[in-house]
Design a protein around this ligand. Sequence first.
Ligand code: ATP
Ligand code: BTN
Length: 320
Amino acid sequence: MLTPIRQDLITLLADGQFHSGAQLAQDLGVSRAAIHNHIESLEALGLDLFRVKGKGYRLARPLSLLDPETLGASARPAPLHLFWQLESTNGFLLERTRHCRNGEACLAELQTGGRGRRGRTWVSPVASHLYLSYFWRLEQGLSATGGLSLAVGVMLADALHSMGVDDLSLKWPNDLYLSGRKLAGVLVEISGQQGEACDLVIGCGINVAMPERVAAQIDQPWADLSEQLDGVDRNQLARAVLQSLDSGMALFEQEGLSPFVDRWKALDRFANQPVRLVLGKREERGIARGIDEQGHLLLALPDGSLKRFAGGELSLRPGD
Ligand code: ATP
Ligand code: BTN
């Protein structure tokens, strides 16, 4: 639990300098033993901390904490909700879609139940990465949502390019890779009835600086931005992502996936490579041939035919 006192402790430690237990205790109005316990709780929430006798406590690296001013929250066209802790930023927006405006967004320092596709867990240590959800009401309804997660992948790649990140690629249908390892994931959750406008919650998780103590929880190769950028300002990153989503979603609403297809293909991680497409216990092998205008995956099968696959329950994996 990220109690107010632990939030204050993180804020004091965020500069990455040593802070003595005595000083922290005095600043926070608690005993040194209490500070020790709170430090252990922060470690359990995913922070890498050092303790050196005679010097005190220090974070492995400084943190840039989310800050409404640096985020430009008041200048945004729609509300921007900031939290220390949520179960899931997607969950927060999904519960209030009826009251949401286009571009309304939510960020949290910590997710206690960050989620990926199909109930998988998104590892979400405190103050280390970006956990952002974004609302959009699509007037054309469910039928117009095809390929949305691919378009969002391109929007995220644009935002990251604008910050100087390179060697990015996209994995169909919802992942962003850096140097061939998973950097970010997109989880689009949709509510709405056939024939009506539908509500979209677009969740983006982008790794900024992975603490060592949580890395082992991820069961596939991962990447973070600190590999390429020094001292990433998460507020600047969030601004770039929000701007890209603002313009990208307006374009997607008007023109659908089409304006994003060429850029998606240019970033296709598996283009012309052998892949396996896993559907539950079944799998299909072939050569990945990019996507069509609707965002379906194209797979060249061993018999020479070209087969199309829609998203949903499918997982793309490298072949042999
Ligand atoms: P697919 O969706 O194609 O099956 P996937 O295996 O990446 O791909 P997702 O549901 O998209 O599955 O993402 C969840 C998975 O991502 C988790 O099962 C875990 O392997 C990995 N993961 C969890 N947290 C992180 C993180 N912070 N950074 C990178 N990868 C993560
Ligand atoms: C995936 O790769 O399966 C998608 C991961 C999406 C993670 C983000 S973090 C912000 C938002 N809130 C969540 O619970 N999930 C998404």
